[in-house]
Ligand binder design. Structure first.
Ligand SMILES: C[S@@+](CC[C@H](N)C(=O)[O-])C[C@H]1O[C@@H](n2cnc3c(N)ncnc32)[C@H](O)[C@@H]1O
Length: 314
């Protein structure tokens, strides 16, 4: 358990450090599900030779690697150096750099397509990443991201969310961050993208399945394979952690079959076109039409004044 006296890292630093540490085990954990969405992302932007494609939050490089295999000039960017190392080792036909999705180190209009697989939900200021994708895309270029659906469709998230909301101490010192499922709602995604100058926004759900050998595997998945949730769990007292663990395992047991534990965990792919070089509107207007229930309020920690998009939930 981390000490509650440790200084609270920024959300960006928590993510950078967490994914850097988890990079070697990612392929056998989260990557088992996320890499199944690569074809959908690449098809959404029409990836083909000789397009120049940028994979933001590339992790171990599945999407950039897939683009390079289709004949694109593919570049990947990730904040975690060890992820960039994994990607470079796995996919030598693509080029990978350490970089920040919210401040891309590329010239305006330098890519035909930008993709982001399960990355936008890990950013402290996703509106900046949307504006950056818009900036580096050539007019008419496509952007596409994948996110997990809400907890009713992505039931792996539902299992953790139920246990955490019922049992966790949410006053532990977590950095505030946007709700993880901010863009699980296609209408919220559309609002943010249109406010940034994108048009022709399409969203499509893809059924994915989490597989475990036993219900207890779900605990390892969250404890070792996530960053934000693992940090929240790590700050709980040993007794509370055990109670959350037991609740999650009991909930996961509902999904046990003769073929193992199969938990539906659907994702949503959203893909807009960069229409014009119109400047991004002010951040406040970006979020104005996002429904209140998506901007979930933390249970005990109020959002800072003027900042309704941040939560301390894991
Ligand atoms: C869940 S992983 C997704 C990796 C990969 N795209 C996939 O589909 O498997 C999220 C990735 O986002 C990266 N990330 C988090 N914050 C970032 C930022 N500000 N800029 C770039 N990458 C970031 C993490 O290091 C991590 O590799």
């Amino acid at each position: 358990m981390s000490s509650t006296n440790d200084p609270i890292p920024t959300f960006k630093e928590l993510e950078r450090r967490g994914w850097h540490e988890r990079a070697p085990q990612y392929d056998g954990g989260a990557g088992r599900m996320t890499r199944s969405a690569a074809t959908q992302l690449l098809d959404a932007v029409g990836a083909r030779a000789p397009m120049e494609l940028l994979d933001v939050c590339c992790g171990p490089g599945y999407n950039a690697g897939g683009a390079a295999a289709r004949g694109c000039t593919a570049t990947g960017v990730d904040l975690a150096p060890a992820m960039v190392g994994e990607a470079t080792r796995r996919f030598p036909r693509a080029t990978f750099h350490v970089g920040d999705a919210e401040a891309l180190d590329f010239a305006n209009a330098s890519f035909d397509a930008v993709i982001c697989g399960f990355g936008i939900l890990h950013l402290p200021e996703p509106e900046k990443a949307i504006a950056e994708a818009f900036r580096v895309l050539r007019p008419g270029g496509r952007y596409a991201w994948t996110v997990w659906c809400g907890p009713d469709r992505a039931q792996l998230s539902g299992i953790a969310q139920r246990a955490i909301e019922a049992l966790a101490d949410l006053t532990v010192p977590m950095p505030l961050a946007p709700p993880r499922e901010l863009f699980s709602d296609p209408d919220a995604a559309r609002s943010a993208l249109e406010a940034a100058g994108f048009g022709d926004v399409r969203s499509e759900e893809l059924p994915l399945m989490w597989r475990g050998d036993a219900p207890a595997d779900i605990w390892d998945w969250y404890d070792r394979g996530t960053v934000r949730t693992a940090a929240l769990l790590n700050l709980q007292s040993p007794e509370v952690r055990e109670r959350i663990k037991a609740a999650m395992i009991k909930d996961a047991a509902r999904f046990a079959t003769s073929d193992g534990v199969l938990v539906p965990n659907h994702e949503s792919c959203t893909s807009p076109v960069s229409r014009s070089r119109r400047r991004c509107r002010r951040r406040r207007s970006l979020w104005r039409s996002i429904p209140d229930q998506v901007l979930r309020r933390p249970r005990r920690m109020p959002s800072p004044p003027g900042d309704p998009f941040r939560t301390n939930l894991g």
